[in-house]
Design a binder for this molecule. Structure first.
Ligand code: ZN
Length: 184
């Protein structure tokens, strides 16, 4: 099932998401829906708050970038109960977008490497370092779990310039190829 994607301005995108247990309602189906929703919207990542569920879950398929960013080879993963433990390295800039903020792309600076603890779809624990574009995508999705959006990282001037576009999005006044909704 494809979920509608909540747009910028929806309160659920500003909440701190919580961990889940294996008895989360219809867990298997929920994960399938997350993948299906992400692919349907042509996204490389999708976090649960973006479909209105305030839980620490996100899925990523960064393999489309393999040619330019070899580290994304086979980078297709679900992160459940994700917690970033450390980040380090020279911050670098990359042009990001977000399914919840359609039609806006902005350069965002993020640390080069991160260490993240999470469980996979079988609730097996992992504690791993990521770098390059993998670390970047993880940090973008991870922000959603803490109620943050990529536009929060912009300078006050950039934010001011985007203000009216963001206001329109928060009213649902934007056209997309996927189903969206604004939570009141
Ligand atoms: Zn996003």
């Amino acid at each position: 099932m494809i979920y509608p994607i909540y747009l910028y301005g929806s309160p659920v995108l500003r909440k701190t998401a919580v961990d889940i247990t294996p008895d989360y309602p219809d867990f298997k189906q929920f994960m399938e829906n997350m993948w299906e929703t992400m692919y349907h919207a042509d996204g490389v990542g999708l976090a649960a708050p973006q479909v209105g569920k305030s839980v620490r879950v996100f899925v990523i398929d960064g393999t489309v970038f393999e040619e330019d960013y070899p580290e994304t080879k086979d980078f297709k993963k679900a992160f459940i109960n994700a917690h970033i433990l450390e980040s380090e390295g020279e911050p670098w800039s990359w042009n990001e977008g977000c399914l919840s903020v359609p039609k806006i792309h902005e350069d965002v600076k993020r640390p080069a490497r991160i260490r993240i603890k999470y469980v996979d779809e079988n609730f097996v624990e992992h504690d791993e370092w990521y770098e390059g574009l993998c670390a970047r995508i993880i940090q973008h999705e991870y922000d959603h779990l803490d109620g943050k959006m990529f536009v929060d990282h912009l300078s006050p001037i950039r934010k001011q310039l985007l203000k009216s576009k963001l206001q329109k999005i928060s009213k649902g006044d934007v056209s997309t190829d996927y189903r969206v909704k604004v939570e009141k």
